[in-house]
Design a protein around this ligand. Structure first.
Ligand code: ADP
Length: 237
């Protein structure tokens, strides 16, 4: 479903590449953790998939789309295949949870009943249905993250991408978040998560791709125990 071949990204000519000659494939239904120290290229790799940043060299295929070849007018076709939960969740703050979720859907779906059904289904999936009429600004960080996930799922993407989704969450909320990603994956959506969260990586064992200085230094299909170099990332659950 995703094929990344010799992908390199340089933000400018003089800097070292943020992502360097990366190749891997992801099958439909897979769950991948992308790990590595800060600055190792995780966010860049995720942004290359959605063409938020453009490749310098190499190729990326998402389903039947060659990302480096698609032109701007067709980007929406690519973006609909991907549900993205970025580090900064940008919402319409004065609007309700429900309005924020349907905002993403209104551009594609015009049938009011269908919009309502989809929004209700994803809000229920993330456990936020009872908060539908709350304003975003009244929610906790963890609740906002769940709304961001609902919004990312509303167009029924093939792949859900999340960049550090458990950052800033307490352990209880982080565990809840982990279980949510697992359920989403079990329902058929592929999931790719960039994370520092060793608890998550070591308690729900899934494929681990580790980056260092923009290169893949490990691709462990069976998600063996992962040692984290940064002591602040290691906490026992
Ligand atoms: P990670 O997500 O693992 O922390 P990033 O992909 O954010 O890593 O960063 C990889 C490298 O690319 C870093 O050296 C970072 O400084 C650089 N980088 C990231 N974004 C930009 C940008 N917009 N412009 C220039 N350099 C960038």
């Amino acid at each position: 479903m995703i094929k990344v071949k010799n992908a390199t990204k340089r933000y400018n000519k003089t800097a070292k590449p943020a992502v360097k000659d990366i190749s891997f494939q992801m099958k439909s239904g897979e769950f991948i953790y992308l790990i590595g120290p800060s600055g190792s290229g995780k966010s860049t790799l995720l942004k290359l998939l959605s063409k938020e940043v453009t490749l310098t060299q190499g190729s990326i295929q998402v389903d039947n789309i060659r990302v480096e070849k698609i032109n701007t007018s067709k980007l929406y076709v690519l973006r609909r295949k991907l549900g993205v939960v970025s580090q900064e969740d940008i919402f319409l703050p004065q609007q309700t949870v429900y309005q924020n979720v349907i905002f993403a859907l209104q551009a594609v779906e015009t049938n009011y009943q269908q919009i309502k059904e989809r929004a209700t289904a994803v809000l229920s999936q993330v456990g936020m249905l009872e908060y539908s009429e709350q304003l975003i600004e009244n929610l906790s960080i963890g609740q906002r993250k769940k709304v961001a996930i609902a919004r990312a799922l509303v167009n029924q993407p093939l792949l859900l991408i999340a960049d550090e989704p458990t950052a800033n969450l307490d352990v209880k909320s982080a565990v809840e978040m982990m279980k949510l990603f697992l359920r989403i994956n079990e329902m058929g959506t592929s999931v790719m998560i960039a994370t520092h969260d060793s608890t998550m990586v070591n308690s729900i064992r899934k494929r681990v791709i580790e980056l260092s200085n923009g290169e893949i230094v490990r691709d462990d299909k069976f998600g063996g125990y992962t040692r984290f170099s940064d002591p602040k990332d290691v906490y026992v659950w």
